[in-house]
Design a protein around this ligand. Structure first.
Ligand code: GDP
Length: 443
């Protein structure tokens, strides 16, 4: 871990553009005196206790802007350093004027994620908690938000620290067996058992990563069917907006259109495909080809049919588990030929049946993998877990072969290093750089 940073950083902490309020954040040894120089207050900020808000007037605005200054002192602030946040009107020009003035007065413009990076360097959070901040800010569904909270509270950190402690004890056993060769047999059994147990836990976590796909990247749902059955209209109705082009001329959706919506807490990418039909038009043929590709990648296919018309034989075929049949245009009356097949009756026009369809989509998507907020959602964590699991697999093999303790120890240490990388104890600098560069400036 690198040394404690000595300079003071500044950044606008609110999103770009105009807003009701804007916040300029400072962190470092000069944070409080710098804020103090730019705001007229009844009493100097330097005597303000930690976690207090003071009212003042911004000098740069000819004292026209009334501001609030929040002071938080080391070591219990977000970054672990002295921090000050100046809350003023959310004007981009004002925020930029204030930031520049603070830079002229000695602060340095913060890099993306530098506030959180300092929190990490100062031991306020481990790396999984720092990463949870990015997940939290970008969470778009309830489930992904709760998964980020679990990680932010240290749910993952605690788990990995405990696993590393287990491995440390196993290593101690190995070292003891080196010193007392006559006890090696007993230790070997215990070591094997311990290695197995830890490896099982790691494998369970890796499985949760597979299952966590829904939280991480959501699901892909494709609307497929003949032209003019109402796929585009259904897409718009599900989205609640006019995104796809709806026309009465068959074959107007020649390319695929994608939109993201939340269904039952899951982020769903909904794709409206070109209608599937035999055609001589090369553009439409290309559309049909793409439809097949989209359908292949989809987690779920909504097979849409026009319920107001007589069912064709191919539309009546039984569907495999990755498909749901949607009998649309129910407002026109459903033709009796559909009565023998299972399907969700909807009307994109009136909205009838859409709630049932949403419920069915979410049930289908979660049937295979329940989104669990405690699952591993981060690819970096999964890669490290895999490394640790492989190392322990090798260690178990070495014990079985009767290899010397230090050779086995080497693999146990490799597993410990991999787990240490997850929490940030042994993470190489370039990986840290890559992680923090995903943050926004001011976070
Ligand atoms: P797509 O080619 O399958 O995407 O079909 P569109 O969404 O473009 O719809 C084709 C035509 O059917 C349009 O005129 C729509 O207004 C109409 N339509 C779509 N859904 C419904 C529905 O539920 N009820 C009725 N009455 N008309 C619909």
């Amino acid at each position: 871990m690198s040394s404690y940073p000595q300079d003071t950083i500044v950044a606008i902490a609110t999103p770009p553009g105009s807003g009701a309020v804007g916040i300029v954040r400072l962190s470092g040894p000069q944070a409080i005196p710098l804020a103090d120089q730019h705001v007229r207050l009844k009493r100097s900020l330097t005597d303000t206790k930690s976690n207090r808000v003071r009212f003042g007037r911004l000098l740069l605005s000819g004292e026209a802007d009334e501001v609030l200054v929040f002071v938080s002192r080391r070591p219990n602030s977000y970054t672990g350093e002295d921090t000050a946040e100046i809350q003023c009107h959310g004007s981009p020009a004002l925020l930029s004027r204030l930031t520049k003035a603070l830079e002229r007065a000695g602060a340095r413009a913060a890099e993306p994620g530098e506030f959180t990076r300092r929190a990490f360097l100062n031991g306020r959070v481990d790396l999984t908690q720092a990463e949870a901040v990015v997940d939290l800010v970008s969470a778009s569904t309830d489930v992904s938000l709760d998964a980020a909270y679990f990680q932010l509270r240290g749910g993952l950190k605690t788990r990995f620290v405990a696993l590393n402690e287990e491995l440390r004890q196993t290593r101690t056993l190995l070292e003891a067996s080196l010193d007392f060769a006559e006890d090696a047999q007993i230790d070997t059994e215990r070591v094997t058992e311990r290695l197995h147990t830890t490896r099982q836990i790691l494998r369970g976590l890796l499985t949760s990563y597979e299952d966590g796909k829904l939280i991480r990247s959501g699901a892909r749902v494709a609307l497929v069917g003949r032209p003019n059955v109402g796929k585009s209209s259904l897409m718009n109705a599900l989205l609640g907006q006019d995104r796809a082009i709806v026309t009465e001329i068959a074959g107007t959706t020649r390319d695929s259109i994608e939109e993201s919506i939340e269904i039952g807490g899951i982020q769903v990418v909904l794709t409206d495909t070109a209608g599937l039909r035999e055609t001589g038009d090369p553009v439409e043929q290309e559309g049909t080809r793409r439809t097949k590709l989209v359908a292949r990648d989809a987690d779920l296919i909504l097979f849409v049919v026009d319920g107001s018309e007589v069912a064709s034989d191919d539309a009546l075929e039984p569907l495999d588990t990755s498909r749901l049949r949607v009998v649309n245009k129910s407002d026109l009356g459903v033709h009796e030929s559909w009565s023998s097949v299972e399907g969700f009756k909807t009307s994109a026009r009136t909205g009838a049946g859409l709630d049932q369809l949403r419920a069915a989509i979410s049930k289908k998507l979660t049937a295979e993998s329940q989104p669990d907020i405690e699952s591993i959602t981060n690819e970096r964590h999964a890669v490290c877990l895999e490394r640790a699991t492989d190392a322990l697999g090798r260690a178990i093999g070495l014990v079985r072969e009767g290899s010397p303790g230090e050779v086995i120890s080497f693999e146990v240490e490799e597993a410990m290093r991999a787990l240490g990388e997850i929490v940030g104890d042994t993470t190489p600098q370039e990986i840290l750089n890559a992680i923090f560069s995903q943050f926004c400036i001011g976070k």
